[in-house]
Design a protein around this ligand. Structure first.
Ligand SMILES: Cc1ncc(COP(=O)(O)O)c(C=O)c1O
Length: 323
């Protein structure tokens, strides 16, 4: 009766069961997998957030396939203020109701059923589900720990097949906290160009550097066709207001064509799922993005990074395999 793509294991895995047991026995757990800012001691200013939601403009229904121009301009403003990026035009942005929705648009844009996306490992566990629901096969490529986490390019080249359509990089990665270095970015561009692949870069945690210093974004990556995903869910520490975006960059002709196709995907979907009402207050929601916040978050994440380095990832994935 049900589709193969929903043949998920529905019972909790060994790790979840172990956590439940420990909680039930009253033990305190430092859960390093928490990626929900509201549970990680990061509290947005309620005055700013609630004031933003009281914008009377939101009473007017004016959905647009790429998202309201003012909202996209607010996103450009965020990149100008926080990342010194002055050449991101609102035309290259498309708003979505979450980065998950942005992934699904980009997968549908790039892949026919059964085609492959290269995904880092370890990384965001939802890739398997997001890819499966779009009838795409996620093919892992390893990240290695050697004086810091790095992309294993030998394995990445080996993982690519004729079916590959894109490579995902998570910048910084969840759960390792590692950013894509400048030399890795150059090598990823070269790899994508060699194999005719698109680059999908997830930057939801871009502003959570452990030292608080700004890191380079891929939104203006010019070599390979690049889709950069981010949103207020993490940037503004508001996971309950998942307004997100995808920025397209790269060779001009491909960017224009991708933008036009994405617009039709969004136009079709937005009838069902639009969160356009949040597009009016996005300017205010993004205002939390201030140096002070970054440093505060840096402190929080530094503690997690330090603890993460002590995890034996092989042992964890081993126990997951056995579960
Ligand atoms: C790497 C990564 N991307 C995306 C998301 C989810 O983003 P959104 O809330 O916009 O769907 C998460 C959530 O934890 C994440 O860890």
């Amino acid at each position: 009766m049900f589709s193969h793509r929903t043949n998920w294991r529905l019972s909790p895995n060994a790790l979840t069961r172990a956590i439940e047991d420990m909680r039930a026995s009253g033990q305190e757990i430092l859960d390093l997998t928490v990626s929900n800012p509201t549970e990680a001691g990061i509290h947005p200013d309620p005055e700013i957030v609630l004031a933003a939601l009281a914008n009377p403009e939101a009473m007017r229904y004016d959905p647009q396939p790429r998202g309201l121009l003012e909202a996209r301009q607010a996103v450009c403003h965020y990149y100008r203020e926080s990342h010194d990026i002055f050449d991101l035009a609102p035309e290259r942005l498309l708003l979505t109701t979450s980065t998950s929705e942005a992934y699904s648009y980009v997968f549908r844009l790039l892949c026919n059923p059964g085609e492959e996306i290269l995904v880092p490992k370890p990384s965001y566990p939802l890739f398997e589900f997001l890819a499966g629901l779009a009838d795409v096969k996620p093919v892992p490529y390893p990240l290695l720990y050697d004086h810091g986490w790095q992309i294993d390019f030998d394995s990445l080249y080996k993982a690519a097949t004729r079916q590959s359509r894109a490579v995902i990089a998570v910048h910084p990665n969840n759960p390792t906290g590692s950013y894509v270095s400048a030399s890795e970015a150059a090598a990823l561009n070269a790899f994508s160009l060699d194999y005719g692949l698109a680059l999908i870069v997830d930057e939801v945690f871009l502003d959570y550097a452990h030292d608080g210093a700004p890191r380079n974004s891929f939104v203006t990556n010019a070599d390979a066709l690049t889709f950069t995903l981010s949103g207020v869910s993490k940037i503004s520490a508001l996971p309950q207001m998942k307004l997100a975006w995808v920025a397209t960059s790269g060779p001009q002709e491909a960017v224009t064509e991708a933008g036009a196709r994405l617009e039709i995907i969004a136009d079709t979907q937005s009838e069902l799922e639009s969160q356009w009402v949040l597009e009016y207050p996005i300017q205010l929601l993004l205002q939390r993005q201030q140096a002070g916040d970054r440093i505060e978050r840096g402190r929080e994440t530094k503690q997690c990074h330090t603890a993460l380095l002590q995890i034996d990832f092989e042992a964890v994935s081993d126990s997951m395999r056995r579960s």
